[in-house]
Design a protein around this ligand. Structure first.
Ligand SMILES: Nc1ncnc2c1ncn2[C@@H]1O[C@H](COP(=O)(O)OP(=O)(O)OP(=O)(O)O)[C@@H](O)[C@H]1O
Ligand SMILES: [Mg+2]
Length: 240
């Protein structure tokens, strides 16, 4: 059964718009998004460059604010929230993974994670987070001593070590070859299954869609299609 059948809504967005003012020009990045995301599901977001995927993810994660419309995470109203409330929301509820891993070069894998767990309320042990992504043998390596896929898995371990409710990933395999990408997606799927973390993954790669419970297509700032997969594939079963 797909996770989304449980239908516990965690994110609820209604009429969400985002307009960037660039001098005289207005850029309509989101033009009215209605979307529910469910507890524990893994969604993949697909769409052409400029369609609004990152803008939507950043608003869900409290990194950016909407121009109009409503968006809530559980009982947090993200539109009305102050900067301080958004900072707390991000700190306690959201894990982010980006295309470029943003690890601190002078810290080991373990230390990169400890930076986050030290300010978290209910963190995992950094060792346990690294074990979950298959990196128990790399605890004391510096980023420069790790492959791209390993660095991305450290970034995933860092994002999940604070036990976030939500994991938001913006092109997590964008900088990786397909073989390495699969290892990274395996790590994401494992976190979703073992910790029940609601997970959204942006990608350009339609081949990844079959690992999701649901696939959300965006074009020109709107959702054009949402479809549910009856069963999810393992990343190594994907063709891409
Ligand atoms: N900070 C910003 N200021 C002005 N315009 C922006 C800003 N961020 C995004 N935009 C514009 O909003 C639109 C949507 O951008 P967004 O980054 O959400 O697209 P995307 O779907 O993530 O694209 P990509 O696949 O290339 O990452 C684009 O036209 C972009 O140029
Ligand atoms: Mg983007």
């Amino acid at each position: 059964m797909s996770q989304s059948d449980n239908k516990n809504v965690v994110f609820h967005a209604e009429g969400l718009t985002k307009t960037y003012q660039m001098g005289e020009v207005q850029v309509h990045a989101l033009r009215g998004i209605d979307l529910d995301l469910y507890q524990g599901e893994l969604v993949v977001m697909l769409g052409p460059s400029g369609s609004g995927k990152s803008t939507l993810l950043n608003i869900l994660g409290g990194l950016d604010s909407a121009t109009s419309g409503n968006v809530t995470y559980m009982d947090h109203n993200l539109v009305m929230a102050s900067e301080k409330e958004l900072t707390e929301y991000r700190r306690y509820h959201v894990g982010f993974v980006f295309q470029f891993y943003n690890l601190i070069p002078s810290l080991t894998a373990l230390e990169n994670i400890a930076v986050v767990t030290e300010i978290s309320r209910n963190p995992m042990k950094p060792e346990d987070a690294l074990a979950l992504v298959g990196l128990s043998e790399r605890l004391h390596h510096f980023p420069a001593q790790l492959s791209g896929g390993e660095q991305q898995r450290v970034a995933i371990a860092r994002a999940i070590a604070k036990n976030p409710d939500v994991l938001l990933c913006d092109e997590p395999t964008g900088a990786l070859d397909s073989k390495t990408g699969i290892v990274v997606l395996e790590a994401l799927q494992r976190v979703n299954e073992e910790m029940g973390t609601t997970t959204a993954v942006i990608t350009h790669n339609a081949g990844i869609a079959m690992m999701a419970d649901r696939v959300i297509h965006l074009a020109d700032g709107k959702i054009t299609e949402v479809h549910s997969n009856e069963s999810r594939l393992r990343p190594k079963e994907l063709t891409w």
